[in-house]
Design a protein around this ligand. Structure first.
Ligand SMILES: C[S@@+](CC[C@H](N)C(=O)[O-])C[C@H]1O[C@@H](n2cnc3c(N)ncnc32)[C@H](O)[C@@H]1O
Length: 365
């Protein structure tokens, strides 16, 4: 079942705005979290108001990166955390010497220390933040974006007021060039060629790929300042160029609360393998009240797509929720025993600062 695409360090910054999930956990009063790991930036921030977290990933490299993030929460100050990743305001300087010193001060298992020491030596102790295959692909796309949009490509980042930004996006932003860019890059063959090597999602939403990305960016720029979206920074500049664009893990309030939970609470649990098999185990029966599956079920097909909710249902407490971030494919799954409560949080979704996900929240009844 392991798809070759996921068998590498694919995510380092991540491609989800987890501030929405942080708010969901808070509103639901959820305490026991099970989360797809990714690079960790989508998971650890959920501890702001929860008590415990279990992380799962089929990729040992992604889990290794999550353990590095955990060690950073344990041992670093907020500014050291930002500097280690080259997050603004520490992005415009050479932090390699300091990064090496910090890395040697972290308590890490030898497998993780060896993996990252080799990686850092390979990149001369540069930042990991954009080393993921997904992030590097978007850095490549950013070069094309600047070439196609031309010299005023970044004017949309000048706005501090959403009305003014909407005015600009609706009436001045070069939509002809923008649509050409989305048409050229926003499609299955480009994503498979550049990144997924044949494992890209089988779309089942009605819109075409072009229409999907067009409406996703429309929603992003109509509801969020471009300067506040780490994803927009990555698409236009290939990196985050201002702290206004930092994701939730790189905000002081969330960092300090998560650090406190990691130091005082139960150690995060790590599960390597297929999340459906892991959640089907009796060992995790009724353990969780919040299960965040990211967009993984959008990659499911056939029998697995149809049955996965029923297979994992036992690990969820009554009244607990499963959160799906559907991307290009809404899983055609058996939802017996679940109530769809997506509409109860509809004010949150437009604020998600990546824009490509269609949330689905299923409550166990
Ligand atoms: C599409 S990515 C989501 C990553 C995330 N967007 C982020 O920002 O870090 C899915 C993650 O789930 C992992 N994954 C994919 N299929 C899985 C499965 N069946 N069970 C567990 N993990 C899986 C991948 O290795 C990857 O890290």
């Amino acid at each position: 079942m392991v798809q070759k695409y996921f068998n590498q360090l694919n995510y380092t910054l991540g491609n989800e705005d987890t501030s929405v999930d942080v708010e969901l956990v808070k509103r639901l009063g959820a305490k026991s979290i099970f989360s797809v790991a990714g690079c960790g930036s989508r998971s650890f921030p959920l501890l702001e108001s929860a008590d415990s977290i279990d992380l799962v990933d089929i990729s040992q490299y992604q889990l290794s990166l999550c353990r590095l993030r955990e060690a950073m929460y344990r041992h670093l100050t907020f500014n050291e955390f930002l500097l280690f990743f080259d997050y603004p305001p520490f992005h415009g300087q050479d932090n390699s010497f300091e990064r090496n010193r910090i890395f040697r001060s972290l308590e890490l298992e030898s497998r993780d220390r060896d993996f990252f020491r080799n990686l850092f030596v390979e990149i001369n102790w540069g930042s990991l933040l954009y080393q993921g295959k997904w992030e590097r692909t978007f850095q490549t796309m950013a070069v094309a974006l600047r070439g196609i949009l031309g010299k005023n490509y970044n004017k949309i980042f000048n706005f501090y007021n959403i009305e003014e930004q909407r005015e600009y996006f609706d009436h001045e932003f070069n939509k002809v060039r923008w649509n050409a860019l989305l048409f050229l890059l926003g499609n299955k063959s480009v994503f498979n060629a550049l990144l997924y090597k044949g494992d890209f999602i089988e779309k089942n939403v009605e819109e075409s790929h072009f229409e999907y990305y067009q409406s996703s960016f429309e929603r992003l720029f109509q509801n969020n300042l471009a300067r506040n979206s780490f994803f927009a920074h990555l698409c236009f500049f290939g990196k985050i160029t201002h702290s206004d664009g930092n994701p939730v893990e790189a905000t002081e309030e969330n960092f300090l609360k998560v650090k406190e939970k990691i130091l005082s609470g139960p150690r995060p649990e790590y599960h390597q393998g297929n999340l459906v098999e892991i959640l089907a185990s009796d060992l995790l029966k009724n353990k969780f009240d919040f299960i965040g599956l990211s967009d993984v079920p959008s990659y499911f097909k056939g029998e697995l797509e149809h049955t996965f909710l029923q297979t994992i249902k036992g690990s969820l407490m009554d009244g607990g929720v499963i959160v799906l971030r559907n991307y290009l494919r809404i899983p055609n799954s058996d939802k017996t025993g679940f109530e769809d409560v997506t509409h109860l949080f509809s004010d949150l979704y437009p604020q998600e600062k990546v824009g490509v996900y269609r949330f689905q929240i299923l409550k166990k009844i």
